[in-house]
Ligand binder design. Structure first.
Ligand code: SF4
Length: 428
């Protein structure tokens, strides 16, 4: 989501003749777009501001801005730590930038943080997209779930869906520009449309509409909330040939008591039911997940349930993190239940080890199969050209070929599996 926001910020700035430079030190305007999901990312943002603040001492005309979740969370307090910052703008204020830029160009110090978004048709602004074949489209922002460890509802606000017609226009433009993959983004994409009165506006129906756009491209969506995945969504994924057979469904813990403590609205059994429903429908599907190690009060037995779940569910890959207390959140206040850093990181290591083990197993299942790969990049080493891409199910695939190029779809027969990727050769 942050990368997508950055592309939109760069696009808005281009209307005011700003162009991106590779030479950070020579920039007239520096913006850090921040994430506050873990303390480490927030700390990194402030340390970057510290470096820029030193540059500003010798170049007072340099403008420094901070946006994203740390800005939304810390508001004016940003300046207590970094008084040289010219502009602080929140996650709801990106489309206010044209006005904000003019104000800082007139040497005003500005802090623009609101709790309601500046509404506009995003198609009125350019988007400077970075990925060579993949384009992101945010379809819903914010979250109503209030998981007890998560700061997102406080920094991104409540769920707000974009109108389907605006999304379809953006998708058509993307296809016309030559992108081959569209990823629909949202903190909880399954909630798409629930804030509209019209019951027909759902993620499933949006996929059906996007699937009708002409051209050779494919569609992904992230992130799904386990108990919000409907049968209609699974039907839509099956019906739509352009929609990838891939689901990212964060489980967070394999223990029902911890899930309750996390305020996740499903049990271990419910998660198993969803995964088995999806696997029964799509044999080559990949299901990936997220897990937290060392949630406050988690016992060794409860953590073991997580390791067992990863095994039993044969998850294809998981993002993992040690629990990081966040401001405003309920879990952040469970101080007396906090586990030591040592325990959290020891569990994280075991979680990562389990992840590596199941990823390799999952990859080995594809040896001998043919996957349709979208070529994303090319590596040349010792005169050998290797093409790198992703299969429909998001598996990373490498193969040698001198005739295909970035953006091509190629059928690749898999002949070798490693922990994080597959190797194969093109077949007709
Ligand atoms: S569903 Fe995701 S974004 Fe929403 S509160 Fe829970 S973890 Fe955060």
């Amino acid at each position: 989501m942050n990368k997508s926001d950055s592309e939109r910020i760069a696009g808005i700035l281009s209307h005011f003749d700003y162009v991106e430079t590779d030479v950070e030190k020579e920039a007239d305007l520096l913006i850090v777009n921040t994430c506050s999901i873990r303390q480490l990312s927030a700390d990194k943002a402030y340390s970057l501001l510290g470096v820029w603040g030193k540059w500003k001492k010798t170049r007072p005309e340099l403008k420094i801005a901070i946006c994203g979740c740390v800005a939304q969370q810390d508001k004016e307090k940003v300046r207590q730590r970094a008084p040289y910052v010219d502009l602080v703008f929140g996650t709801h204020n990106i489309y206010e930038l044209p006005e904000l830029i003019k104000r800082i160009e007139n040497d005003e110090k500005v802090c623009a943080i609101t709790n309601t978004p500046v509404v506009c048709d995003q198609n009125d602004f350019k988007i400077i997209r970075k990925e060579s074949v993949n384009a992101w489209i945010p379809i819903i922002e914010g979250c109503n779930n209030f998981c007890t460890y998560c700061v997102v509802p406080f920094t991104r606000g409540r769920e707000r869906s974009r109108r389907p017609e605006e999304i379809i226009t953006e998708a058509k433009n993307i296809v016309k520009e030559g992108f081959k993959e569209i990823t629909l983004l949202g903190q909880n994409v399954d909630s798409y449309g629930k804030d509209f009165k019209d019951e027909n506006i759902t993620l499933a129906n949006l996929l059906r509409k996007l699937n009708k756009i002409e051209g050779e491209f494919r569609i992904r969506f992230v992130t799904s909330y386990p108990s919000d995945i409907t049968d209609d969504l699974i039907d839509a994924v099956e019906e739509c040939d352009k929609v990838c057979k891939y689901f990212h469904i964060p489980m967070q813990s394999g223990n029902s008591h911890i899930l309750e403590e996390m305020n996740r609205h499903y049990t271990k059994a419910k998660y198993y039911e969803i995964v088995s429903k999806i696997r029964n429908r799509f044999p080559d599907v990949a299901i990936t997940s997220d897990f937290i190690a060392g949630f406050p009060g988690e016992t060794e037995e409860e953590f073991q349930d997580t390791l067992d779940a990863i095994d039993e569910l044969e998850l294809d890959y998981s993002n993992t993190a040690a629990y990081s207390p966040r401001v405003f959140t309920k879990a952040g206040k469970m101080v007396d239940k906090f586990l030591t850093e040592e325990v959290k990181y020891e569990r994280l290591n075991r979680l990562n080890e389990k992840n590596r083990e199941v990823c390799l197993k999952s990859n080995e299942k594809f040896i001998g199969k043919t996957l349709k790969v979208l070529v994303e990049s090319k590596t040349v080493k010792d005169g050998k050209i290797t093409l790198n891409g992703r299969a429909d199910n998001n598996k990373i695939v490498h193969f040698e070929d001198t005739t295909k190029k970035i953006g091509d779809f190629v059928n690749v027969k898999i002949n070798k599996a490693q922990t994080w990727c597959l190797y194969g050769e093109p077949v007709v």
